[in-house]
Ligand binder design. Sequence first.
Ligand code: MLT
Length: 260
Amino acid sequence: MTSLHTYRTGDGLPLVLLHAFPLDHRMWDEVAASLPGPVLAVDLPGMGPGGGSAGLPEPSIDASAAAVAELLAAAGVGRAVLAGLSMGGYVALALAEAHPELVAGIGLLDTKSVADTAEAAANRRRIADDVERTGTVDAVRPMSRTLLGETSLAVRPELVDRVAAWIDAQSPEGVAWSQRAMAARPDRTHVLQAFADPVTVVVGDEDGLTPLDQAEHMVAAAPDARLVVVPHAGHLSAVEDPAAVADALAELVARAERVG
Ligand code: MLT
């Protein structure tokens, strides 16, 4: 089930946090605790407690974006800053394309605007098949290590257990749906090129999945983009260095509020 989690209410432009795969909104707990303004987070379709594929349409990132738009409308949020990490970034770009009036700023963390290569998409579909066939998330459990940077693996090994527990809490059907949705997504660099409001691109300098060159590609595309490189963090910068990510997102919200 897609759901909205409220970390903090208050005045000002809300920040809406969109999580990575194969996780849920809990990956944002520490970032949200360090942010001053109103903060919401979403459990994307299929993911989080009670996740699954029942009632979901054909897998697509556009369907995820439509589900987020519905949740925000139901919560009375007419304009917000979106911040998405990896899969969450794919959803943020789809939402900015479908509902530009809703989006006052975009944070793109450890993500990319381009589509998968044919090989990467085929690998996702193979994993989706495997997860469905086994009825377990075994095929994605190794991501509890590959999502993290080498520094975290060396000095904070407890993060592996935390990420593994989040992965183990996901439903195989929801994991398969999300993989198929990501495999089918188009290149959305043009959305950034057309987006005049503030953008912040964040990347861990040890992110081997969506490395610095992907971040630089997005910064070059967006008219008003800033780049924040988080030292000693891998793909899960928001979990590995929540303070640095919270600072970057607070600055993005402040810029978006100034633009209005
Ligand atoms: C994620 O962190 O959301 C995944 O690495 C996304 C992806 O596989 O592209």
